[in-house]
Design a protein around this ligand. Structure first.
Ligand code: HEC
Length: 124
């Protein structure tokens, strides 16, 4: 192998690594910003989100076990969000539990749905 032939390969590898790191940085940054914006808009909703362990599965809107919320197009509609929380859904091995009125009151449901919608980027 000529030494010169390796250079473009190395360059591509380095460029790919830098690009991946930049993407990671941008996506983390996005969700951190989304979280603080959503918290500022809906502080009570953030409390409901933490109190009911939403954060355990959805992390800070980043996904994890539950679905990613930041930039999620499904979450434009408050009614959709509220239904998902009340009804829940099983997707293969993953389960979104249903939360009844005894766990999350209607008032808390409004608050947390607003928080989730803001987290998803539909209220700024
Ligand atoms: C035990 C883990 C778990 C907990 C706790 C949990 N979720 Fe989920 N959630 C999931 C999973 C898994 C899905 C994906 C199911 C699906 O595809 O609809 C999901 C989906 C959702 C969706 C629909 C996302 C979409 O794109 O359609 C919303 C909204 C949601 N969760 C909100 C909440 C809120 C608010 C809480 C707390 C009150 C919560 N979740 C608690 C696991 C969880």
């Amino acid at each position: 192998m000529f030494q010169g032939q390796n250079e473009p390969v190395k360059f591509v590898q380095v460029a790919a690594t830098v690009f991946a790191a930049a993407l990671l940085f941008v996506s983390c940054d996005n969700s951190t910003q989304a979280l603080s914006r959503a918290t500022a808009l809906h502080p009570e909703g953030r409390d409901v989100f933490e109190k009911n362990n939403c954060i355990r599965c959805h992390e800070n809107g980043n996904g994890g076990y539950g679905k990613r919320m930041v930039d999620n197009v499904n979450l434009k509609s408050l009614d959709y969000i509220k239904t998902r929380i009340r009804v829940g859904r099983i997707m293969g091995a993953a389960e979104m539990p249903a939360f009844s009125k005894t766990t999350i009151s209607d008032k808390e449901l409004e608050e947390v749905a607003g928080f989730v919608r803001a987290l998803a980027g539909w209220e700024r």
